[in-house]
Design a protein around this ligand. Structure first.
Ligand SMILES: [Zn+2]
Length: 158
C-alpha cells in the first residue's frame, strides 16, 4: 500500500513539478523578459547615441566651417614684404619657439626630404607660406610688446 501511496505521491509530485518549476522560473523569466524589453525597446543604445552625437558634431563642424568661410572672405593674405623671417633673430631669442603651421604648408613639407647637414644635425623641411611667416612674426611681436614688456614693467614697478 505504501508503494501505491508512494506512487501516488510521486504522481502528485510529478504533476506538481511543472508548477514548482513554473513558479520559480516565472521570476527569472520575468527578469529576463524585462532585460530583453530593455534591449529591444531601449530608447537609445550606446551605438545609436554615438551616431546621433557624431551627426550633431558633423552638423556643428559644418556650421563652423560656413562661419569660417564667411569670415575668410574679408581676410587678407600677407604679401612677401609682410612675411620676412630672419633666422638670426628667430632662433637667437631666448625661450622655446612654438608656432603654427597651416595645413597646406604641412602637406607641402610632408612630401620633402630630411637632410643630414652635420654630424648629429638633421634638417627637417620647413617651408612656410606668407600666412605662416606673417603669423610667426606677429606672434613674436605680440609676445614682446604685450607680454615681455608689461612683465618687466610689473616686475620693476616702472
Ligand atoms: Zn602656411
Amino acid at each position: 500500500m505504501s508503494h501505491v501511496h508512494s506512487t501516488d505521491e510521486n504522481t502528485k509530485a510529478v504533476k506538481d513539478l511543472p508548477k514548482a518549476y513554473k513558479n520559480k522560473p516565472t521570476k527569472i523569466e520575468g527578469a529576463i523578459s524585462d532585460q530583453i524589453k530593455k534591449i529591444v525597446h531601449a530608447p537609445r543604445t550606446p551605438l545609436k547615441r554615438k551616431r546621433e552625437e557624431k551627426a550633431g558634431e558633423d552638423d556643428g563642424k559644418a556650421k563652423k566651417m560656413e562661419w569660417l568661410k564667411m569670415k575668410a572672405k574679408d581676410a587678407v593674405i600677407p604679401s612677401e614684404t609682410h612675411a620676412v623671417v630672419k633666422p638670426e633673430y628667430l632662433f637667437k631669442e631666448p625661450g622655446a619657439l612654438v608656432f603654427n603651421i597651416c595645413n597646406p604648408c604641412k602637406q607641402f613639407n610632408s612630401e620633402r626630404q630630411v637632410e643630414v647637414v652635420e654630424s648629429g644635425m638633421v634638417q627637417i623641411p620647413l617651408a612656410l607660406c606668407t600666412v605662416c611667416r606673417n603669423h610667426l612674426n606677429l606672434q613674436r611681436q605680440i609676445k614682446f610688446f604685450q607680454f615681455e614688456i608689461p612683465t618687466v614693467k610689473k616686475e620693476f614697478n616702472l
